[in-house]
Structures are given as C-alpha cells and as structure tokens.
Design a protein around this ligand. Structure first.
Ligand code: FE2
Length: 273
C-alpha cells in the first residue's frame, strides 16, 4: 500500500487520501480557530495577485507567530470591513502547529508522521502552517504557483499537506493541480532582501494555464502536494466556505535557504513530528 502511494505521488506529484482525518477532528480544528483566536488590530490584506502586502513586516515576521490576514475584498473603499471580522479573514499563519496545543496535536498525529516518512522524508521538520478560510463570495484566488518558490531547500524537499476541513468543490474554490507537473523546473523564488521581498525568475517556462485537474475532495481528505507541482485555486463566489488547514514539511537533511521569506527566531527552531 505504502509503496503504491509513493509511486503514485512520484508519478502525479500529488496524492488524494479521502477520510485521512475524521469529521470530529475537522470540527475540532474549526472550533478551535473560532473560539481561541481573535484577529489583532493590524489588518493586512493578503493577496497573491498583489505584491504590496509582501513589504509588510506583519507578514514577514509571521513565520514563528500566529497572525491574521484579511481577504482583499473584505474592505470597502474607505478601508472599512464590509462584514464581521470572522467572515473577513483570508488565513491565519504561520506557526499554529508550534504555538497552539490543538493545532500541534493535529499536525503531529502519528499517522501523518508515518505517511511523511513513507513519502521519503526521513527527518521531516514542520515548517509552516496555515488555516485557510476561503470565505463565501469573497474568498480570493490563489494564483498558480509552486510551493518551493516560497519554501526553498537544497535539494528541493518541501511537501504540502492540505486537509479539507469542509468539502472542497469547483464551486467553492477547490485546488487545481497539473498532473505530473512536478517534473518541470522551479520557475521562481520569493526571497527576502534589504528592502523587503522580491520574486526572482529562475526559469522562463510559463506555469500552466490549461491541463490542470480540479481536486474536488470531501471533508476529512488529505491532499499531498509535491513542492514543484504547479497548483492554484479559484475565487470562491459560492455561498459556502471552504475551510482548509495546510501544513508544509521539509527534510531536515536538506539545506533551508537563508534568503527564504519565512525565518524563525533562534529560540524557536523547527521541530519534527
Ligand atoms: Fe501552495
């Protein structure tokens, strides 16, 4: 079974594992997010279609914190929220897995540790976590990208673990991915520099605009994504949210690039399972 999974992952660049977590675990994570966290005052608009947010220290310092990023369409022209705060958040990140006991437990479940090992990461480290809301009607697009653009190691080792906490459909903005697209080159890197951040092109091969498959999954499914796999998600114009929890792991044997945007304080080193 494990061998087949690994072969499928290496062929397609992704895996879909329906029912990897049960409904109660999905609800526990959703409940925790709603009960335990209150967005702080700094309203940062997180949008991958605009670069301005990237200059914001609030985002740059979030690698070892729990921070809140709002939907771009959550605000009116005067910059006021159009709806309640909890209906306006795009995502929360990026160290939920280290700072919150409920997220820690979910992220370090033995079954997940076993799966990651079976996929070839012998000394996996948990690098980043995000709770993604994909709000009804205003949930923003995430443009086509490769995760290794943002989370770079030598050699490439990042793997995305994307848990559907609610059903993900074409209507509410499910993931789309290019089967086998992880065989292609890394197109760009998003790095830190003296002024903030910048995107550097490494390879001019365009990211695909066709031939991507919709990864429609039921609540409780785990989608595993190779770090070089091109993927995106459409805006959510439907009436239902599409909550997901995404965790990114790297191989501790690989070199974590010093100019990656995501950096952690020395007293908060990365930990494994
Ligand atoms: Fe991604």
């Amino acid at each position: 079974m494990t061998k087949n999974l690994r072969a499928a992952f290496e062929r397609d660049g992704y895996l879909i594992l329906p029912g990897f977590v049960d409904g109660a675990a999905c609800d526990a994570l959703k409940g925790r997010m709603v009960e335990a966290f209150e967005p702080d005052e700094v309203a940062t608009i997180f949008s991958t279609t605009e670069k301005t947010h990237a200059q914001d220290a609030y985002f740059l310092e979030s690698g070892d914190k729990i921070r809140f990023f709002f939907e771009e369409e959550a605000f009116d022209r005067e910059g006021r929220l159009r709806q309640a705060k909890e209906a306006s958040i795009n995502k929360v990140g990026h160290a939920l897995h280290d700072l919150d006991p409920v997220f820690d437990g979910f992220s370090r479940a033995p079954a997940l540790a076993e799966l990651v090992k079976a996929l070839g990461l012998q000394a996996a480290l948990l690098l980043q976590s995000m709770y993604i809301f994909k709000q009804p009607r205003i949930g923003g697009e995430v443009i086509c990208h490769q995760d290794a653009t943002f989370l770079h190691t030598e050699p490439q080792s990042v793997v995305g673990l994307w848990f559907a906490l609610e059903d993900a459909t074409k209507e509410n903005g499910c993931l789309w991915a290019e089967p086998g697209g992880h065989e292609g080159p890394l197109r760009s890197r998003f790095i830190r520099n003296d002024r903030g951040t910048e995107m550097i092109e490494l390879d001019s091969t365009p990211l695909p605009t066709e031939g991507l498959a919709p990864l429609e999954v039921e609540r409780g499914s785990l989608v595993v994504l190779h770090g070089l796999l091109p993927h995106w998600s459409a805006p959510n114009r439907s009436a239902s949210s599409r909550h997901a929890y995404a965790l990114h792991v790297i191989d501790g044997e690989a070199h974590y690039s010093r100019d990656n945007w995501l950096q952690r304080a020395e007293d908060m080193p990365l930990r494994g399972f």
